[in-house]
Design a protein around this ligand. Structure first.
Ligand code: AMP
Length: 269
């Protein structure tokens, strides 16, 4: 495994490499990231994983500072997986070139996390555009865990020859989606989050029979508030095709964002 610490090292290492798979991450790797990496190793001749905690996508400075960092452990995981390259850029490697167009979300895309984390997706789309331009991979592997991110990256990165490959959400045995942010939770909080998600999974199964989905969702929101004492930011059923509010279960997902203590978690079911 080659560790690439700047763009010169990256350009030299990637010279002549084709059929390259790319897995962008912010580190603190878990089985969710590993599933993306394994898929890339299977589908592509070479795989590059980036670890970059992108300051521009954090709308809250404290959240950026507290974001878990475990580079040493990450490198050992990547080595064991026999990843070809790991890219550990610093801010200048990513942001030294100016972008011609400023990223602006359409009004109808300012929903779910875009409504509550101002500037977050503009930061994500910007960094993803830059990473893809620097690395020029054939395929980019991204998780459905961050469904809106996947949707917006596909939609807004236009001059992109790389194929974006959506990958299934990996869950813990208690059904909680794996996330680096789970490291910030205490055992008791992890249990609560798991119970909440299990509750939503069985709710979605039954929702099929419910004729008034809006009412059922509002009732469920109140119930979750009461049962788990978490702060729900949104709980909505939306189309997976265009993220519009949906009243049909077919081709839709339940999207949730909630706080346990000060930790913000998202999921889609
Ligand atoms: P992050 O390091 O959180 O920015 O995530 C890097 C990539 O891993 C993104 O494409 C995420 O959607 C994906 N990812 C994170 N958690 C999971 C999970 N539990 N299952 C599948 N993919 C995930």
């Amino acid at each position: 495994m080659k560790t690439l610490l700047n763009n010169n090292e990256l350009n030299e290492a990637l010279y002549g490499v084709s059929n390259l798979g790319f897995v962008p991450t912010m580190g603190s790797l878990h089985k969710g990231h590993i599933s993306l990496i394994k898929r890339s190793l299977k589908e592509c001749s070479k795989t590059i994983v980036s670890i970059f905690v992108n300051p521009k996508q954090f709308n809250n400075k404290k959240d950026f500072i507290n974001y878990p960092k475990n580079t040493k452990k990450d490198l050992s995981i990547l080595k064991d997986l026999e990843v070809n390259f790991v890219y550990l850029p610093n801010k200048n490697d990513i942001y030294n070139s100016k972008r011609k167009t400023k990223i602006k979300l359409y009004k109808h895309d300012k929903v779910l996390c875009a409504k509550y984390r101002k500037g977050h997706f503009e930061g994500v789309i910007d960094v993803m555009g830059r990473l893809i331009k620097i690395i020029k991979p054939k395929k980019v592997f991204m998780g459905e865990k961050d469904f809106q991110q996947l949707y917006l990256v596909k939609k807004y990165i236009k001059k992109n020859k790389s194929i974006i490959v959506p990958c299934k959400t990996i869950r813990d045995i208690n059904k909680l989606a794996l996330s680096s942010r789970n490291l910030l939770l205490k055992k008791k909080e992890l249990n609560i989050a798991g119970k909440l998600i299990k509750n939503l999974i069985s709710f979605k199964k039954k929702l099929n029979k419910d004729r008034n989905i809006k009412k059922a969702l509002s009732k469920k929101r109140k119930e979750i508030d009461k049962l788990y004492k978490v702060k729900i930011e949104y709980l909505e059923l939306r189309s997976i095709k265009n993220l519009k509010v949906s009243d049909k279960i077919k081709n839709s997902k339940i999207f949730i964002s909630y706080y346990i203590n000060k930790v913000r978690l998202i999921d889609n079911i």
